[in-house]
Design a protein around this ligand. Structure first.
Ligand SMILES: [Ca+2]
Length: 414
């Protein structure tokens, strides 16, 4: 078995093999595995691949990473990455397992917990927290090492007046999106009303349950789903599995959707991260199988290739990712956009990736931060261009947890 260090070195090679062609896309496996199940597989370079080495240095609180070699390919990697990450305060501990993060207008952040079904409000200045309540309709399958439970959370674009919270959760038979009234005038722990289901029938499996929710700049709700371990569902436009959905606040197909249904994009294996850049482009992270995790630029109606391909492809009709990684170094869940970069939380990779962008292209190789400092990372929320919240995911059944797990931690980034 390779050591963590050797796996990291392997993976950096894989991480830098951007825009590569996948010729060995294998059968489906679990998506959030620990680091022992697969090894990073450097992919075959194509004419646009980046060949580079990368080094990283770590100080007591700030991690820096440099990527010295540039590609000569136009519209690809053009400059050195110069980011940094400074570990800040731990705002919350002992959460079982933090999955969704969403900011409400007064600046506090709501945290949904996958296996306790709790929704907690967190003050990002003081660290004070209070329980809104539990979503008792949610069903975790952590006893099966599964990935279901209370997953993503989003707040209504009209939250200041309607106080609606949107959640994505698993039942025993499907995954659902519901909106829940929040009444802060009630006692802590009793502030959540009855969930009103707006989307049901999202395929549910032990693994590949998707789960991210986010309102776009257009005011519609985007829902990231997984193919539930049935790869063919990703290509079935009649299925809600393996898709990014775009719905109204009552769960109907949003106006302008490419097929007149809830489906916005398809051919996804398991999407757990959604974020928009300042120009309104939608980015999504996707857990790959054995060879390539992905950061995709999402366009309506596009087919992202699963299960025929993963990672970059030259097959007509499939959209290649903008960046990809070996699964040992990534297994991405949440993403956020801040300061010109997408920040990606890695589960199996136990790190935070910075992906510097110029428009829709990479401007430098992705940088790796916090390697193994906090363990598995699940979600990222940008409070501003230089402040992120990140959550650990060490109690999710995939490894032994440490003291204080799971946590919500502040980061200062550049
Ligand atoms: Ca793909």
């Amino acid at each position: 078995m390779p050591t963590k260090q050797s796996r990291r070195q392997l993976g950096l090679t894989a991480a830098l093999a951007l825009s590569v062609f996948c010729s060995a896309c294998t059968s489906s496996g679990p998506s959030e595995q620990t680091s022992t199940a697969t090894s990073a597989t450097p992919a075959t370079s194509s004419t646009t691949s980046v060949s580079a080495t990368s080094t990283s240095a770590t100080t007591s609180s700030t991690t820096t990473s440099t990527s010295p070699t540039r590609s000569a390919t136009p519209n690809a990697v053009t400059g050195p990455a110069t980011g940094s990450v400074t570990l800040g305060r731990t705002l919350a501990t002992g959460i079982d397992v933090p999955w969704g993060l969403a900011r409400i207008p007064d600046g506090d952040v709501l945290v949904s917990a996958r296996d306790s079904y709790r929704i907690t409000k967190l003050n990002v200045t003081s660290g004070a927290s209070s329980l809104l309540g539990t979503v008792d309709e949610a069903v975790s399958n952590v006893s099966q090492s599964g990935e279901g439970g209370l997953l993503g959370i989003a707040v209504s674009p009209s939250f200041a007046t309607d106080r609606l919270i949107y959640t994505y959760y698993s039942t025993t038979s499907d995954n659902r999106v519901a909106r829940i009234p929040y009444d802060p005038s009630k006692a802590a722990g009793r502030q959540l009303g009855t969930p009103q289901v707006i989307v049901k029938g999202i395929p549910h499996g032990v693994d590949h349950d998707g789960g991210r929710l986010a309102f776009g700049p257009d005011g519609y709700l985007y829902v990231a789903t997984g193919e539930s371990g049935v790869p063919a569902l990703a290509q079935d436009k009649a299925s809600l599995g393996g898709k990014i959905l775009r719905v109204t606040t009552v769960g109907q197909a949003a106006p302008g959707n490419p097929f007149g249904t809830l489906v916005y994009s398809y051919g996804h294996r398991n999407v757990q991260g959604l974020a928009w850049d300042t120009a309104g482009r939608l980015w999504a992270s996707e857990l790959g199988d054995k060879t390539a995790d992905e950061l995709n630029l999402i366009t309506p109606g596009a087919d992202y290739g699963w299960p025929a391909t993963q990672g970059a492809t030259s097959i007509a009709g499939y959209t290649s990712p903008v960046a990809q990684w070996g699964t040992d170094e990534d297994s991405p869940s949440g993403i956020a956009y801040a300061g010109g970069s997408v920040w990606m939380a890695a589960l199996k990779g136990e790190r935070l990736w910075r992906i510097p962008l110029h428009g829709s292209a990479l401007v430098a190789e992705p940088q790796s931060f916090l390697d193994e400092k906090l363990g598995r990372l699940r979600s990222v929320l940008a409070l501003d261009d230089h402040t992120l919240l990140v959550t650990t995911s060490n109690r999710d059944g995939r490894q032994s947890s440490g003291s204080g797990d799971d946590k919500v931690v502040l980061l200062t980034v550049t």
